[in-house]
Design a protein around this ligand. Structure first.
Ligand code: COI
Length: 440
């Protein structure tokens, strides 16, 4: 195992570059390590505090959407994005140079630096015309950053000998959470602008309706867990049926508080539920493949408490092999196979969470591309056997982002119980700090 170089901050040390470029030159012809830059603008932005926001606050700008609220939302995003990016850039700079010199990670760093430079110079937004220009920059950047996740995942796998796994996981968790947070505020603002510009928008109607669903921007005010489970479950079942040609697909039986609703970003919930159900369906399918008896159903219980909605997904797919348990939540630890790297290589524009390549309904009508997340599209576009090894840790990042939690209990030889806890009042701030920092 190679020794890492702690504590020396490479962004001030130009000299070491040539040496490390040589080390990596065999890995990639197309990417060189990040160039040295004077740090003053970044220093200045790093000094600013991030202003976290709750689901309730996120809907505030959109309630009674007026021009002045839209402009306030634009200016919040305009100053918040470079602040949040600056904090991440500084964290990346604190990594050992040998890590950042990895071609995939250095590409991510470059993308963030470019975005930081782009956003920090946007002047105050005063008019709707300024806002339109700003939205073009947002759309462009969201699209440009679709390559971040596969590159991060490949970079981390390639560099995992070079940094202690816990440190690497901490880095990944923080980076991904921060990324979700930036995309949330950017996409929320785009959605609000879209609502404002829609011919159907009247100032005192604050919501947009998609087939009887009430949204404020990207926030679905009355997210119903049962409906999400049914949709994601059906899609996962259909996909496995098509891809594996199997008839051993378990039913999904939903019990409990079927009417529970809460405000949430639908695509986040779809991502988590989709990932959990797909794991369960696959496990049961594999276990019962050679058996004569029919596969037992996956049982989902929804429990509504005063502050939370809890979803328990129980399968009888045999449980998680004991030797994999320590690695379940890790982006970097564990027996990651060469095939996972190859799988990641197959999806160079896989997007944040395999979901971002969606063309939303309304914008399809307007013949404009958009990159709002919809996990259902990702679920249907990713073959079930394309295992990337980041679905579970990524789901937990999503769950914790809105102050929820995700736990798995494996009953060896029998099955798995997954517990997803969702904070249902929408009053909790986004958790931009990670689990390790909270535990400390
Ligand atoms: C990302 O997708 O990585 C972002 O940070 C997007 C944001 C700059 C709009």
């Amino acid at each position: 195992m190679q020794q890492t170089q702690p504590a020396r901050h490479w962004w001030t040390i130009g000299r070491r570059r040539s040496l490390l470029s040589r080390r990596y030159s065999t890995q990639s012809q197309s990417h060189s390590p990040p160039p040295w830059r004077p740090a003053s603008a970044l220093d200045e932005w790093v000094e600013r505090d991030v202003r976290p926001i709750s689901l309730r606050q996120l809907t505030f700008f959109g309630r009674t959407l007026t021009e002045s609220r839209l402009i306030s939302s634009a200016n919040y995003v305009r100053t918040e994005l470079p602040t949040r990016i600056a904090h991440r850039l500084r964290e990346i700079q604190k990594l050992p140079y040998v890590i950042v010199a990895n071609p995939h990670l250095s590409m991510v760093y470059e993308l963030y630096y470019k975005a930081f430079e782009r956003f920090r110079v946007v002047p105050e937004i005063r008019t709707l015309a300024d806002n339109d220009k700003f939205c073009d920059i947002l759309r462009h950047t969201l699209k440009e950053h679709l390559v971040v996740i596969p590159n991060l995942a490949m970079g981390v796998l390639e560099s995992r000998e070079l940094m202690p796994p816990d440190q690497m996981d901490h880095f990944m968790n923080t980076l991904l959470r921060a990324r979700i947070s930036r995309r949330v505020i950017a996409e929320q603002h785009l959605a609000l602008t879209e609502t404002f510009n829609s011919p159907w928008h009247f100032p005192d109607s604050h919501t947009r309706s998609d087939s009887n669903m009430e949204f404020v921007g990207e926030v679905f005010l009355r997210c119903n867990a049962k409906e999400v489970i049914e949709r994601c479950g059906k899609l996962s079942q259909d996909m496995l049926r098509q891809c594996a040609g199997s008839d051993k697909i378990p039913d999904i039986c939903i019990k409990g508080h079927l009417d529970a609703t809460f405000p949430y970003i639908l695509s986040h919930l779809e991502y988590i539920i989709g990932e959990l159900l797909r794991n369960s369906i696959q496990a049961v399918n594999e276990k019962y493949q050679e058996l004569l008896e029919p596969p037992p159903p996956i049982e989902v219980l929804i429990c509504e408490a005063p502050q939370h909605v809890i979803v328990r997904i129980s399968d009888q797919g045999g449980g998680i092999p004991r030797d994999l348990l320590p690695y379940l939540w890790s982006f970097s630890k564990g027996p990651r196979s060469k095939s996972q790297l190859e799988n990641l290589g197959q999806v160079p524009a896989m997007a944040a969470t395999m979901q971002e390549l969606t063309v939303s309904k309304e914008r399809k009508h307007a013949d404009k591309e958009t990159f709002r997340e919809s996990s259902l599209d990702s679920l249907s576009s990713r073959p079930p056997n394309l295992r990337l090894g980041i679905g579970l840790p990524m789901s937990r990042v999503y769950a914790e982002y809105w102050a929820g939690s995700l736990e798995l209990h494996s009953l060896e030889g029998y099955g798995v119980d997954a517990f997803l806890q969702i904070s249902k009042l929408g009053n909790k701030n986004e958790q931009v700090t990670t689990r390790a920092a909270i535990d400390a």
